[in-house]
Design a protein around this ligand. Sequence first.
Ligand code: GLN
Length: 379
Amino acid sequence: HSSKLPFVGTTIFSVMSALAAKHNAINLSQGFPNFKSDQKLIDLVNKAMNSGYNQYAPMRGHLELRNAISKKYELVYGASYHPETEIIVTAGATQAIFTIISTFIKPNDEVIVFKPAYDSYEPNVELNGGIPIPVQLNASNGYKVDWKLVKAKVNSRTKMIIINTPHNPSGSILSKEDMLQLQEITKNTNIIVLSDEVYEHMIYDGEKHQSACLFPDLKARSFVVSSFCKTFHNTGWRVGYCCAPKSLMDEFLKVHQFAVFGIHHPTQKGIADYMQSPEHYLKLPGFYQKKRDLFLNLMKDSRFRFTPAKGSYFQVLDYSQITQENDVDFAKRLTVENGVASIPMSVFNIDNADHKVLRFCFAKTEDTLKQAAEILCGL
Ligand code: GLN
């Protein structure tokens, strides 16, 4: 039989994690914490399971959790999403993204995607017969969006624009000015914006996260996607959500109900109880900035070059002073011979261009970061 995705292999995150495990390397490749989440949250999920939240949750998600999400948007962004009609809990942000794309993209619809891009966007578009229209971000100017390039690609077939801030894999962020440009470009069009904001609470140096929900005209055409896995350090729980105006959400629900129907109920109830206090996510920027700073401080005498990540838990390091190997070969050698796994950036780019840049995840304990930095400084 013929493949619907003939050019898609195994996601780089699984490839590098498997290589790290095989060679017993420190794994800074796939993005996940190697420390435990708050015991209080684990206890609340256990409590929910023990007190009987074990049958189907409502399709849109446990109502108390949707209320908690709605309150968070009010508190953090002053944005209003109705818990009954404008919020749906999903199996991680990945399923939200998949379902949004599957709900709206028809054959030959064009979807603008910024490269480097998280690796699920384009296969999701192609699976639905859509055409990804890549716009390359420029590593040499801090991965900033050139909105003139975007404007030149928008036409009557443009159905969706996917943005991601803070950005995986580069650690860059979109500014208020960027969001205003996007709002301007999409004005008087039917373009849907998919705003992947899973790293919204990991933003540094006093910067403010510019959520699509802060800009009224953007909010009206956007799905804002986020993730509890990232925020609460439990990437294996697979609980995320999306928010959008009712008319968009009504369509989303038609697909969601037959993709997963609902999400693990006790986890939703436990997270809802935990979110009664905003303390955890309000402290997250400081928590992760400390890790970024520790890692970069240790790296400052190395031969890697970098500008500090503005957001996310990823730091990109330029290794061009160390070797001229391409990044895929170097990332493999670094894992196998030196014992530190990372993600090569070229796999996310349009032309697999050789940028001599690797992505490292710093969501790790101090000890792990120190051990990794010691190895990297020896190169
Ligand atoms: N978001 C994670 C990363 O970028 C990976 C998620 C996954 O492996 N599906 O590393």
